[in-house]
Unconditional design. Sequence first.
Length: 361
Amino acid sequence: MRAWNFTAGPCTLPLEVMEKAQKEFLDYAGMGAGVIEISHRSPQFDAIAKGSEKLLRQLMSIPDNYKVIFLQSGGRGEFAAVPLNLMPEGGVADYFVTGHWSRCAYKECDERFGRAVLHECAVKDENGIVHIDYSRMQVSEGASYAYICFNETVNGIEFDRIPDTGRVPLVADMSSDILTRPVDVSKFGAIIFGVQKNVAPAGMVVAIVREDLIGHARKYCPSILDWKVMSEHDSLYNTPCVFSWYMANLVFEWIKNLGGVEELERRNIEKSQLLYKYIDSSTMYRNTIAPDSRSRVNVVFNLRDEALNKEFLDGAAKHNMLGLKGHKVLGGMRASLYNAMTLDGVKALVAYMDEFAKAHA
Ligand SMILES: *Cc1c(COP(=O)(O)O)cnc(C)c1O
């Protein structure tokens, strides 16, 4: 029996996609071999590579002057690739930090590659409520780019609008909310996302980069992090993570068939509102993020009495629920409601939370 899987990443994938992959696992496209057993230079794999790019372009309405690059560096590898590709030696970039992952990206740049200016943009008010402060997002003189993490997976904080950085290209890490809502790609210089939160099993990261920003990498930038080298080779410079790419293609098809990103946004609003509304109405649970800065995909919450955490998690396991423990840097609880999580799953969670609250009233 499949669990209700609220794990933050790697995480739940659509059942239909898992079943299709299972069916094709031993014999892909009548080849008598699985997709992980064939050459990445075969026409069968080439169809997956080209088809997936085409689908992603459709789903996100990616303008023609943007390259889509499939890489293996992981999210953290791209934290290095961003300055290596966009910032010249001795340059400067602005980091609008709103939580764990934007802070990691800031550190990677600042400690290794150049001057990163830290702007603390998640602000706590006198009642302890956190909100994103867009007025703090000022760019520095001569900045090569400004950097944000669109959805902070650990902290449960998400942008509800795109900050205006004028002529300075905006770079966004969308690892955890890619394809959960429509975004205007043309407002960004680059968008990066690891696939393991909404798209596929771990192993791949995608960079969507405006063409004029490609080709300026530092001399010593490793080839596999150089967006120009990778895009010139159609992301097949080295052996890609074929399974992850194949699964991403299946997920893109799944999204297209269910009505696209607009439909997913509708579902994600419905799912997250159900949970937030319950949390706000209860005396047992608490979320301290302002409504307009709350994540639709990672809902963090604390029990009023933290001594009950273990009992809460043990009870959840008995109710066939996985992955509700918060990230180690934050503690508490976190329910990740990615695209593959159904409304029924969220209803089951709310029912369990209510049962637990009543038992401890
Ligand atoms: C998970 C995550 C990362 C880290 O990705 P890795 O592939 O593990 O390096 C980076 N950014 C965000 C927003 C994430 O959710």
